[in-house]
Design a protein. Structure first.
Length: 92
């Protein structure tokens, strides 16, 4: 099974694309190391306050994918530098 999570983010800090990239690179590195996932920015590349991330993981158990996505969302909600604007998850 493959799980796909799409997360829309709004950045509260920074004022440039450079600041956004710095925050995103930090987030992506920590998420990859913690959850063993694939992650990439898939939209809002030219907006310094917005980002849409695509996250995927593979497992034989859909419950494991759900738990992983829940932990990832908790990770985003705890980060004071950003606000979660929306999320969508799909399991194939």
């Amino acid at each position: 099974m493959v799980g796909v999570l799409t997360v829309d983010l709004y950045f509260l800090e920074g004022g440039s694309l450079k600041d956004k990239r710095k925050i995103l690179n930090s987030l992506k590195t920590r998420l990859r190391q913690t959850f063993n996932i694939a992650i990439s920015e898939i939209d809002y590349h030219d907006k310094w306050q917005r980002s849409q991330l695509g996250i995927s993981t593979v497992s034989t158990d859909s419950q494991h994918i759900e738990q992983t996505f829940s932990k990832i969302m908790e990770f985003f909600y705890r980060d004071a530098r950003l606000e979660v604007m929306g999320q969508e998850k799909t399991i194939y």
